[in-house]
Design a protein around this ligand. Structure first.
Ligand code: GTP
Ligand code: MG
Length: 325
């Protein structure tokens, strides 16, 4: 489908009620189960709509129509395949990290930063909230950021400090960041389930969950809880990836891991979410401490990129490329 056609359907299907087969009753059912925008319906499954009391035929019709309004094509009718041409890269504002990532953070997939406390995960997230606002030619996505904060680490002052280094007005930059604090894991999930309208209205191009795992870790304790924790995390990440695809946005998650003092490099350092996150997030960056304000970023898995390392430095200006002393 060409860009013009996509644009045509985008104009035609602006609200749920514009979709064929969606009257006020169906629209309100859809909103109730978290589909408030046409974009989010494009990545919905027929079963989800049927569960909400919509007939299978109608569900198929609705999803089919919604898909036309976004640049996503499907193979075999069931498998969602991203149009590589529509994937963009968001600069981290740090050249060594961008190089490591093959040009920046990809839209339509999840990038995970994991590492010990104080390794710069939240700092990177806050810098991305600024760079996402930059014009395309400067590596931005010309959009806003949604920051789901579980540890109360987001600092507006930090944004105001970083923004001028990217030639952005600090106050304007803050206006384009939508902040939400998640108090529990279920609150965190609910925030994301209901995020599609906020994403659309604010032209959000970056969705951050910092940290993805802290609430889950403190609430689901013990072996017997492991399965349900992984199930919930999986559901949460699934929602995230679908939003990223529907809105051609970048998705960034953080995950704190404990390093054992005598451990040689990665042995023994296991991301909290375990395998589920590993399979769902497409790019994983492990951060470890170097000397002083130096951090080493290591690319762990990526479908496209070779593994490698990049030194970064945390300064008053934000995250910068750094050489290890
Ligand atoms: P956890 O969330 O605890 O797992 O850690 P994190 O990986 O999110 O760490 P965070 O991104 O909060 O990094 C904290 C590091 O950034 C500390 O070493 C701080 O000293 C440093 N930092 C934060 N703000 C500034 C700043 O304004 N200037 C400088 N130079 N360093 C800063
Ligand atoms: Mg943090």
């Amino acid at each position: 489908m060409g860009e013009e056609q996509v644009e045509y359907y985008k104009q035609r299907y602006q609200r749920l009620e514009d979709l064929p087969g969606v009257g006020p009753a169906t629209a309100s059912k859809l909103r109730e189960i978290g589909f408030k925008t046409v974009e989010s319906l494009a990545t919905a499954a027929v079963g989800e709509l049927v569960e909400a009391g919509i007939s299978e035929a109608t569900a198929e019709r609705i999803i089919e129509a919604a898909r036309r309004s976004i640049a996503i094509t499907f193979v075999r009718g069931d498998e969602l395949v991203k149009l590589r041409s529509s994937v963009r890269h968001l600069t981290t504002g740090c050249s060594s990290l961008d190089n490591l990532l093959g040009g920046g953070i990809e839209t339509q997939s999840i990038t995970e930063f994991y590492g010990e406390f104080g390794t710069g995960k939240s700092q990177i997230c806050q810098q991305l909230c600024v760079t996402v606002q930059l014009p395309y030619e400067r590596g931005g996505l010309e959009g806003g950021a949604l920051y789901i904060d579980t540890e109360n680490t987001f600092r507006p002052e930090r944004i105001m400090q970083i923004a001028p280094h990217f030639n952005l007005d600090p106050k304007e930059a803050l206006k384009r960041i939508i902040f939400a604090e998640a108090y529990t894991s279920s609150h965190q999930m609910m925030l994301l389930e209901n995020a599609d309208e906020v994403i659309k209205e604010n032209n959000i191009k970056l969705i951050i969950i910092d940290s993805l795992t802290s609430h889950f870790r403190s609430e689901y304790i013990g072996r017997e809880m492991l399965a349900s924790r992984q199930q919930q995390l999986n559901k949460h990440l699934h929602k995230l990836i679908r939003l990223a695809r529907a809105f051609n946005a970048a998705a960034v998650i953080t995950n704190q891991v404990m390093a054992q003092p005598d451990v040689f490099f990665l042995k023994g350092v296991q991301p909290v979410g375990g395998h589920i996150i590993g399979h769902t997030s497409h790019t994983r960056v492990y951060l470890r401490k170097g000397k002083e304000n130096i951090r080493i970023a290591r690319l762990i898995v990526s479908p496209f990129l070779p593994e490698g390392e990049a030194p970064i430095r945390i300064t008053e200006r934000g995250i910068e490329s750094g050489e290890e002393a």
